[in-house]
Design a protein around this ligand. Sequence first.
Ligand SMILES: [Zn+2]
Ligand SMILES: [Zn+2]
Length: 579
Amino acid sequence: MKNPEVARLLYGIADLLEMQDAQFKPAAYRKAARNVETISADIEEVFNRGGKNALMEIRGVGEGIAEKIEEFLRVGRLAYYDDLKKKVPGHVAGLMGVPGLGPKRIKLLHEKLRIKTISDLEAAAKAHKICALPGFGEKSEEDILRNIEIFRKGHERMPLGYAVPVANEIEQRLKSLNEAVRVSVAGSVRRREETIGDIDVLVSCKDGKAAARIMDFFAGMPDVGRILAKGETKTSIVLNSGLQVDLRVIDNASFGAALQYFTGSKEHNIAIRGIAVMKGLKLNEYGVFRKGGGKRIAGRTEEEVYKAIGLPYLEPEIRENNGEIEAAVKDKLPNLVGYGSIKGDFHCHTVRSDGRNMIGDMVSAARKLNYEYVAITDHSRSERIAHGLAIDEMEQWLKEIRAVAAKTKGIRILAGSEVDILPSGELDYPDDLLKKMDIVVGSVHSHFKLTKEEMTKRILAAMENRHLDILGHPTGRRFGRREPYDADFMEIFAAAAEKKVMLEINAYPDRSDLSDVLARQAKSIGCRFVIDTDSHSTNDLAFMELGVSIAKRAWLTADDVVNTRPLEGLPRFFRRMKI
Ligand SMILES: [Zn+2]
Ligand SMILES: [Zn+2]
């Protein structure tokens, strides 16, 4: 799927044009980029099917842009873009990644202070050279420094949701080879850590010849940008996206031990090695061995390895030495919520606000997942950029949703809204409208910079409204763009538990909000959860798995997660829902 790459190219062109003071064109490129980014079809398939003309069927893509996309898809680069870049000095374009800096500000920074790189920018902000520029002030320097931090954090490690599909695809490719016997992703991706440094993959095969062929295949994959090292047992590559992938060839007899070892975490492994030693055993990446004699007693599978040292199998998501080993020893491990246990989604958008698909498409897609229910929750009136609905429009939309629901068999469509929590803490619709909804998800979408006290008060006030069912993406973070807002989350969780407001684990990849750490704390004070995708297209519904992995890492069970319940089980948790 090249849609993200093509969108990035078009956004890049828009930024470069804007730095050169082009009129209108930047907006046109951005519009096309947004549409390429969000269509559900694979742009390469669209092109292969119908060439340039098919590309022009995408909204906002005219002939000129279609030709550029065509060149990029055919040759992997675009001469027009490379020329534009040459006209912009140094690495100035690289500054675009810093949140809060647009092309106009970057141009000014370059013209007045010769700022070309992020390091230049950081130095100038620290030396208070920026505050004197028109349109900037003391406050902007602080903002710039904080945004540089956010940018760096977001780029050192990749959000899990971007890495998992890449890891899965590589795993599938390797599994399809006759030479491969066993293949598994290991490392932080397998543990579903929230951000990923690189991807580790293990493979076992029949013999040395097969291993060599697998290494050749791996290093020759089409999306490989650079080969860092290629050997008989380990090959490291960097993909075009910048992500590093390491492939190791492992003996069949020690595959389980290696998988356990390379999955980590380091802290977990240190702890279980200690347990092995206490039992007079030795544990390493080759297996479990008796001390002295050196006889291998386990290694083929992970289950075997854990069993040999007296532990039950531990799911990768909780291998953090955060109490899982103590719980395993006492036979008190929670029965973690399973990937297949979700029965519906409570947070989806359609074209009626800022989604990409019609309600019918969203419902069909949910039914394909074997869901029993799906909620349609378009934006409320204050969300102007997301086409939020005015009161009368929402009244009408609820009726339309119910009309579709009445005609639809096999899945229950719930009518609701993602309602803004206004700075005052009021919800964005009056009570008599909220009363008509099956589901009210309340979310903060604006005024992120309130003080800790103000933000806490705002959310606590929203929870006073008895129509609020779910607190949507509770901390507001976006990887690489925005830190969580400042609020007393423990106080908020305590109130949520008391008022029976469910906390959302938002599975949208750049949100992943709540984090596993916060969700585990919230559970400890009695909160209930829902896992939602916040889908803006039919494809997004697949993010659910990512949300479940957060829930697993937070030690949640099916009982903690309300959308593991069948439809009949829901009214107990939603005040107005009739099924
Ligand atoms: Zn939202
Ligand atoms: Zn949403």
